[in-house]
Design a protein around this ligand. Structure first.
Ligand code: 5AD
Ligand code: SF4
Length: 485
């Protein structure tokens, strides 16, 4: 897509009605405004995208950056200096919302000194009507608000804002539309997230995602394969397939296809070296998928399998549709098929009605599975979800105490589990120069663990063998060894 010449688009005509042509038209139009403003100021206009939340949002932010760059903005990492600031928000837990309001307060002060600054807000939080009401009332300095379903319209919305000089708000309740072939930036040259599906139909009772990301819909396999082939041609060696529940991929397609089948097709792409995916729902993890993982040469040895709670009683109230026993059996099956797989999970503490016994069931699963790592969350009440109106919300001090005990257990197990690779040689995809010590490079193993080792930045994007010398809890210090082949 990046080869389109926007200068050839005839802006004297009406905007096309079909996508993505309509957006190409608006990119061309916004470019003219940006160019004009930039000539007046005598410098390039800049943008800064801030991402809150998950990998799905991170990928969406790359799309925002791609469009902004095509429009003629140049990236600026210091948000206070940028001409266009956009927050791609998250609302999975209440504290994510609070952070956005806090940061907006700060931005308001900056905008007072720099009145032509434009502020945009998009993402999950904007799908909540109360949020938009609050913004309309108390945050009038915001220029542009849109949600998760119409991110593809970004160029059109920017143009509308540039022409109207008023706050532009465009939120869709849901969509069945997937617009392909829009510009996208990539944070890394050698790895990329790839959306394979959008939305979620699971309605876990605590979770706001199905309300803000809409119904589940899968991209066509041909579009996914084509995107990955183009990425590989552009130097990408690792892809992360993204979806709220990748295990139910393909169910909504005209010609249904399973996630395992999709993986097999992706495996065939020449030049692609590693495949990751997230997130898997235990209820939909099939034997077919386990078999594909067992035989694949490219699928990484890492599975993120959120348990949420170890208590079958709580799992039922969470509408997770599996039991503790079922989950543990699944783990056994996966480990039997892929013995050195790294398992990670998400756990919520303090779901309404959770007793000490329920909590101990969670601790039991943690001790039995021995996760490589676990993301632990304090239950956050999300208005509109069934759990928000459940009786028996747990007092804060009880939750905090359980959370601390869980975290301690998780961390102690994970540092033991991680250290088992000491003195082994692992293939590592070199990602960055180490943040703290520029003589070190940071790379990622197939099992998702990081290793820092002396090396040169020429190695970035390459997969090299590294000997793991010392485990530092959650990462290793290593040293390069010559390739064996
Ligand atoms: N409170 C706390 N954690 C939550 N998650 C989702 N909704 C909530 C909530 N209301 C967690 C789940 C999910 C992860 C992405 O966020 O563990 O897997
Ligand atoms: Fe939320 Fe459950 Fe869907 Fe995950 S599977 S996004 S936790 S509703």
């Amino acid at each position: 897509m990046n080869t389109i010449d926007f200068t050839t688009i005839d802006l004297s005509k009406e905007a096309p009605v079909t996508e993505p042509d309509r957006q190409y038209y608006f990119i061309a139009k916004a470019r003219e405004y940006v160019q004009k403003q930039s000539e007046e100021l005598g410098r390039a206009l800049t943008f800064c995208v801030t991402t809150f939340g998950c990998q799905m949002n991170a990928r969406d932010s790359e799309k925002l950056s791609g469009i902004l760059e095509q429009i003629g903005y140049v990236e600026e990492t210091d948000e206070e200096k940028a001409d266009f600031v956009i927050y791609n928000t998250c609302t999975v837990r209440e504290n994510a919302n609070q952070r956005v309001y806090g940061r907006l307060g700060q931005l308001n002060r900056v905008k007072k000194q720099n009145p032509h600054m434009m502020i945009g807000l998009c993402g999950c939080m904007m799908q909540e009507p109360e949020v938009v009401e609050k913004l309309k009332k108390s945050y009038r300095f915001v220029d542009l608000i849109f949600g998760t379903h119409n991110i593809f319209k970004f160029a059109e919305l920017i143009t509308t804002r540039m022409e109207s000089k008023r706050m532009v708000i465009d939120i869709w309740k849901d969509t069945d539309k997937i617009v392909e072939d829009l510009p996208s930036e990539r944070k890394y040259s050698f790895k990329s997230g790839v959306n394979i599906m959008f939305g979620c139909n699971n309605f876990c009772s605590y979770c706001i995602v199905p309300y803000v990301r809409g119904r589940e819909r899968s991209r066509n396999p041909e579009d996914i394969i084509r995107e990955i082939e183009n990425l590989v041609a552009d130097g990408v060696v690792e892809v992360m397939l993204l979806g709220q529940n990748v295990n139910s991929y393909g169910k909504t397609l005209k010609e249904p296809m399973s996630f395992a089948q999709l993986l097999q097709e992706i495996e065939k792409i020449e030049g692609l070296k590693r495949i990751r995916f997230m997130t898997s729902h235990p209820k939909d993890l099939s034997d077919e998928l386990i078999e594909v993982m067992r035989t694949s040469k490219k699928i990484c040895k890492h599975l993120h399998l959120p348990i949420q709670s170890g208590s079958t009683r709580i799992l039922e109230k969470m509408n997770r549709r599996y039991t503790k026993e079922h989950y543990l059996e699944l783990v056994d099956k996966i480990r039997a098929a892929v013995p050195d797989i790294s398992l990670t999970t998400d756990i919520i503490v303090g779901f309404p009605g959770e007793t000490e016994e329920d909590f101990l069931e969670t601790m039991d699963v943690v001790k039995k599975v021995r996760y490589d790592s676990a993301f632990t969350f304090i239950y956050s009440k999300r208005t509109g979800t069934p759990a928000a109106v459940m009786e028996d919300q747990i007092p804060e001090e009880v939750v905090k105490d359980r959370f601390d005990r869980l975290l301690k257990e998780v961390q102690s197990i994970s540092s033991e589990v991680c250290s088992v690779y000491t003195d082994t040689i692992q293939e590592v995809l070199v990602e960055t120069v180490n943040d703290h010590d520029p003589s070190l490079m940071t790379g990622r193993m197939s099992n998702n663990l990081l290793v820092h080792f002396p090396g040169d930045k020429e190695l970035i994007g390459k997969i090299v063998p590294v000997k793991l010398k010392e485990c530092k809890g959650f990462y290793y210090i290593g040293e390069r060894v010559p390739a064996t082949e």
